[in-house]
Write a protein that binds this ligand. Sequence first.
Ligand code: KIV
Length: 291
Amino acid sequence: MNTSVTATPYGTLPPASPVASRKPVSLPRPHEMRQRGEKITMLTAYDATFAAVADAAGVDCILVGDSVGMVCQGLSSTVGVSLDDMCYHTECVANGVRRVQGTTWIVGDLPFGSYQESREQALRSASALMQAGAHMVKLEGGGWTTETVRFLVERGIPVCAHLGLTPQTVHALGGYRVQGRDDAAAQTLRREALALQDAGASMLVLEMVPAALSAELTEALPRCHTIGIGAGNGTAGQVLVMHDMLGVNLGKNPKFVRNFMQDAGNVQDAMRTYVAAVKDGSFPDNTLHAW
Ligand code: KIV
């Protein structure tokens, strides 16, 4: 953060900031970045201060993930997170980004039970997240979600899809394990990813998908930009849960995480290093962080 601003009580955000030096990220930007071979960086954040710091560190997209349930609420999965929770955290993040005249693209996660019932329910939930400050919504799964994605996109809501390990269905999947390993599962992933692109999804999180398959999907999806987490370095961008990459984790970090705090003096430097490592292709390293 800019250290020359007046000190403020109760927090770290300045009362007002100079006009942003970067152009705000908007929907065409990931496409432009991809065209020039620049990787897209995404990190989760759940509150105003960390969102502002991520923005200042040059993170392209902030995901207000329903991982908030696990890292902030102490839940054992994301299933217990409500739409009200997500709206609250999305608003906190949007306030933080706005306070520093930030430029980051904000993705709000639709939580479990907020979009499964009908396309109309999904539209109501997505509208609530957009009104709370999201620029795009994310939803998990393929197949039945395709028509929901189309319905939202036709109504002006940018959508990020999410395939591979989908944490909201962890109980059905039988645990947090790599997806798409056998031929039949890989074929399903290919089919679902192409259908989501056709329905208008402009981003696609690929979580715990073998690196070779993720790279192949990325090639096959010129209009839908893949954002990998545990999916190797062949995707159009990368995302990590902020607490994981800052080493704020009492458990065992998943294989795909790198602790960027280890060699950094502060959180903003850790995030800057993450951005630089994704952009220069050194993170993730397929020999260490992928399958
Ligand atoms: O909720 C979340 O943080 C996510 C990421 C793991 C991609 O969905």
